[in-house]
Design a protein around this ligand. Structure first.
Ligand SMILES: Nc1ncnc2c1ncn2[C@@H]1O[C@H](COP(=O)(O)OP(=O)(O)O)[C@@H](O)[C@H]1O
Ligand SMILES: [Mg+2]
Length: 227
């Protein structure tokens, strides 16, 4: 198994104690293309953040590539996430004062231990190849405020791929996009999947969900399998 989610629960303290993710368990094998559907507020982003190691669960375990991420400190968790997981967060997530190329290479510069000129060259080459695949080469030196929503999303996807992750997580990747931009993004994911990337995406769009081969539904923090 590439991903094992075991009895994950996340409680938030609001006026009362409230369970955003309620005892969720599922697993993904390498090369799975899975989708979680659910209404706004059902706990999808909370669950993805826990899988990505950005948020700590109240209860349960996440095992990725046979590694339990719970004992990691922040630095170790960031290292592991960077090497294993690509995360396309919900909404706009690019740094506005960096160009597309700089945004894309940022994960590499932040966490790579070996920043030799050869490796930097290698990162730049990989960024160029990925940008070509995502049809955004022309945006290399452009800042996010000069891009469309679909272009920004494709830059965020390429950034998530720069460290060659085994698992790609994408939170509502086609939200707020027109049909043509959505189609481009879903074709990009299909291409990545056929090249061997395991994908877990979250959406509330049935058309987007159709691209996946494994389907889950999230309702009030509870996950059910309906594929
Ligand atoms: N940091 C937080 N503190 C308290 N409640 C939160 C926090 N983050 C999310 N929630 C609540 O948890 C529930 C699930 O949120 P979220 O995971 O963002 O859902 P979704 O992504 O499915 O829209 C919502 O009711 C939201 O208001
Ligand atoms: Mg969300």
């Amino acid at each position: 198994m590439l991903l094992e989610v075991k009895n994950i629960r996340k409680q938030y303290q609001r006026q009362t104690l409230f369970c955003a993710v309620d005892n969720v368990s599922f697993s993904l094998q390498q090369r799975d293309y899975a989708c979680i559907m659910g209404r706004s507020g059902s706990g999808k982003t909370t669950l993805l953040n826990i899988i990505a190691g950005i948020s700590t669960p109240t209860q349960g375990r996440i095992i990725i590539d046979n590694t339990d991420i719970a004992p990691f400190d922040d630095e170790q968790a960031s290292q592991f996430r960077n090497q294993t997981i690509g995360y396309v967060p919900q909404g706009s997530s690019l740094l506005t004062n960096l160009t597309a190329m700089e945004n894309i290479c940022l994960p590499y510069y932040l966490y790579s231990k070996n920043k030799q000129p050869d490796n930097i060259e290698c990162c730049n080459k990989r960024a160029q190849q990925l940008m070509q695949m995502a049809e955004i080469s022309h945006l290399s030196e452009i800042y996010p405020n000069q891009m469309s929503g679909g272009e920004m999303r494709r830059v965020a996807i390429v950034r998530a791929l720069i460290c060659s992750p085994k698992l790609l997580l994408a939170d509502e990747p086609t939200n707020d996009l027109d049909d043509e931009s959505s189609r481009q993004i879903m074709q990009l994911f299909s291409g990545l999947h056929s090249q061997g990337t395991t994908i877990l995406l979250v959406t509330h769009d049935h058309e987007v969900a159709n691209y996946a081969s494994k389907h889950f539904k999230m309702e009030a923090g509870k996950l059910t399998d309906y594929s």
